[in-house]
Design a protein around this ligand. Sequence first.
Ligand code: RUB
Length: 273
Amino acid sequence: MGDLEKAVEKIKTMKIRGARKIAIVGVKAIEKIVKKNGFGREFRKACNQLIKARPTAVALYNAVEKIKKEKTMESIDNMNYYLENIGRMIGFINYNVIKNGNTILTHCHSEDVVEFLKTAKEKKMKFKVIVTETRPLYQGTITAKELSDSDIPVTYVIDSAAGYFVKDIDLMIFGCDAVRKEGIVNKIGTYPLAVVAKENKIPVYFVGGTIKFDKRKEIKIEERNPEEIIEKNKLKKCEIRNPVFDITPWKYVTAVISEKGVLKPKQILRLLK
Ligand code: RUB
């Protein structure tokens, strides 16, 4: 298997996952191909295949579009640098979003969220995090492990327990796969959590660099193999569906925390035009 096929395979099978990691691995594969063959046919083929591997998240698409436009090694280097560092860059800006003593709920595993919280901890902020397990692939365990390894107090709960804990939650913080005119695309289950938050006057923040701002006309919400949820022969007569992202409409979003600051929905909608 060549470098391109290996990268595509890792993304499709979710050995590599999360919007930013997918973009990092994709751009690294493109870099190798460009170093060998330049910006010709192989480069274009690689761009197409990588984008299609998991089509919902926009970061890799945006990175590829920028590199295609500039067609220089410098643009690849700049993109590598941006993607590697954007999480910490966002974390370093003191946004006063988290207050001492807060309990934060997060869902799935977002590197941008984990780095944001770890940086807050380094700044001596005291807070707890409730982490949902995130069925069917349990990405919440990665978040819980990474945060608790950084000595952040973590409570790990099943997805459906979020309502039970609502009285303890001061804010919710999620990652983003695509920030769009319709709202924010993130791991399935984010939308209902945001609705519960609004009903209980809990602010809902999303963390993500502007590379996740999505001006594509349409978005394809990925549906994965139902076998990730349950063995087909256990429910022979049922349709089983496994959509992996949902869209949280803007009315449920307090702000997006990015390298451009804490952006309110109206500001984002202007930037997306
Ligand atoms: C991951 C997910 C993450 C975003 C942002 O879904 O929804 O919240 O991708 O992640 P999956 P990051 O596990 O299906 O890829 O902040 O790491 O870019």
